[in-house]
Design a protein around this ligand. Structure first.
Ligand code: BUP
Length: 461
């Protein structure tokens, strides 16, 4: 039987939170004897995306790269009322997609299937339809957020109710919705609405989550009970995705310094603080967090960002933190600017808690390593994700803090909550259990392993 291995093309959109699951999924599928083409829209918005792509392809020489140069943005065809560089890029990528068609149809061997980012779903589903290639969506957030996102066309947000009802799921507080959802003219909302319409054309939706973590939602989605107006394809939970391997992965000198510092700390004593790759807290809030970390009395590892796009982030750490902070705290903590290997840090036994914006990748990484989370969502899906983490027992979330940046949270409060998380034995125990469940999801007959194998077997037969 000389059946060819299936040929799978993957298409990520812009932003590290979107790229990361694609790189991980590409590596995973390729380890199961599939031929993989990863399409890379270029240029990227952030430096982090381009360096990750370079590292990824040099450590996975058997994964093919299809460069896809995108067109300059044409605001006459899609008026855009956002200054978010990632949103603008999403739109630009969608506009450029018709140009991808000849590139895809000339690939050899012919494609068995294409997987695209939900942020390109609308244009990509048309492309796949035109080329008669089966099409899947990769949704890079929680199943809970998918249930909201997919309900968007039928939600009535104008009423006085405090909650939105999603059939068969517990109601979602309106205050947890991404604020742009209340404005149908906002870029994020109209873009979401148009992409959602194309979901039913997909054969399935991959999610970086796992059954044990989001049981109720996954079950409801897969029983077709959530959406009455539209038939959503079945959800394929394949999380938590494992980081891709880096060959010849000598750690950067800077990286090994940090790890050495962590090695010197006792187990579970260090709080890791990071608000992801897409947003920066205000300078004022950053100083309050610094103050909170000092007050908490805990050892800390803090990754700082001064601006939205890393290429523009030129503020020095002293300027962000105020003079004297680094000197005062150097025996107890590390504050760094720039990229760190987050999974390496989360997997270190010294880490006992994670103050996180709850970008979905970060939540899954915390789950994978059983690290409790103190949620401080900043935008988008993050309040919904914070709720999921809290419900699963992985985290605590101080709702009164609102969206990060909405109000100034004083150092006193921050310090107190950090101390509370770091000393909560119950949370820590539940964290370890979740880490165990995450590991089991990838055992021989584990839930995520099974979901992945079903997809691959179907392609091979
Ligand atoms: Br910052 C940072 N190192 O220094 P999320 C992030 N990451 O490895 P985001 C690092 O990037 P959205 C760093 O581990 C995760 O895999 C992190 O994705 C990694 O949040 C990824 O957590 C970040 O989903 O995206 O990028 O803010 O706003 O789309 O949620």
């Amino acid at each position: 039987n000389h059946r060819m291995p299936p040929h799978i093309a993957l298409f990520p959109s812009a932003g590290m939170g979107h790229l990361m699951p694609f790189l991980r999924l590409a590596a995973l599928l390729s380890s199961h004897n599939c031929t993989i083409t990863l399409i890379t829209p270029t240029p990227t918005v952030s430096a982090a995306e381009s360096t990750h792509l370079t590292t990824f392809f040099s450590s996975h020489p058997h994964i093919r790269r299809l460069h896809f140069p995108i067109l300059p943005f044409d605001s006459s065809s899609t008026p855009i009322n956002t200054d978010d560089p990632f949103f603008i890029r999403w739109s630009q990528i969608s506009q450029s997609l018709p140009l991808l068609s000849p590139l895809l149809s000339s690939l050899s061997p012919p494609l068995s299937v294409v997987l695209s980012d939900f942020a390109a779903s609308m244009s990509f589903s048309q492309l796949a339809d035109h080329l008669s290639i089966p099409y899947y969506v990769v949704f890079s957030s929680s199943a809970r957020f998918l249930s909201l996102f997919a309900s968007l066309p039928s939600l009535n947000l104008g009423g006085i109710e405090d909650y939105v009802e999603i059939p068969d799921l517990h109601p979602l507080p309106k205050s947890s919705l991404p604020p742009p959802f209340f404005n149908p003219n906002h870029f994020f909302t109209s873009f979401a609405l148009s992409n959602v319409q194309s979901f039913p054309k997909a054969k399935g939706m991959f999610l970086n989550t796992f059954e044990e973590f989001e049981m109720e939602t996954i079950t409801a989605l897969n029983n077709g009970r959530v959406l009455s107006a539209m038939k959503l394809p079945h959800v394929i939970p394949i999380g938590p995705l494992e980081p891709f391997k880096v060959e010849n992965g000598e750690k950067s000198e800077k990286g090994s310094d940090y790890l050495m510092w962590l090695d010197g700390q006792s187990d579970g004593s260090v709080v890791y603080v990071s608000f992801g790759s897409r947003t920066a807290m205000s300078k004022e809030q950053i100083r309050e967090i610094g103050n909170g970390l000092e007050r908490s009395g805990c050892a800390f590892f803090w990754v700082l960002k001064g601006s939205k796009v890393d290429k523009e982030d030129t503020v020095g750490i002293e300027e962000l933190l105020g003079e004297g902070f680094v000197e005062r705290t150097k025996s107890r903590g590390v504050a760094v600017k720039g990229w760190v290997e987050q999974e390496e840090i989360l997997s270190h036994p010294a880490i006992g808690g994670f103050v996180s914006h709850c970008g979905w990748n970060s939540v899954m990484e915390a789950a994978r390593h059983g690290v409790p989370v103190l949620a401080w969502p900043i935008h988008g899906d993050q309040k919904v994700n914070a709720e999921v983490a809290e419900t699963a027992g992985l985290g605590m979330w101080v709702r009164e803090w609102g969206w990060g940046g909405e109000r100034l949270v004083r150092g006193e409060e921050v310090g107190e909550k950090i101390r509370e998380m770091m000393s909560d034995e119950k949370l820590r125990r539940r964290g370890r259990e979740i880490g165990e469940e995450a590991r089991k999801a990838w055992e021989q007959s584990g839930s995520s392993q099974k979901a992945l194998m079903e997809f691959i077997d179907e392609l091979k037969h």
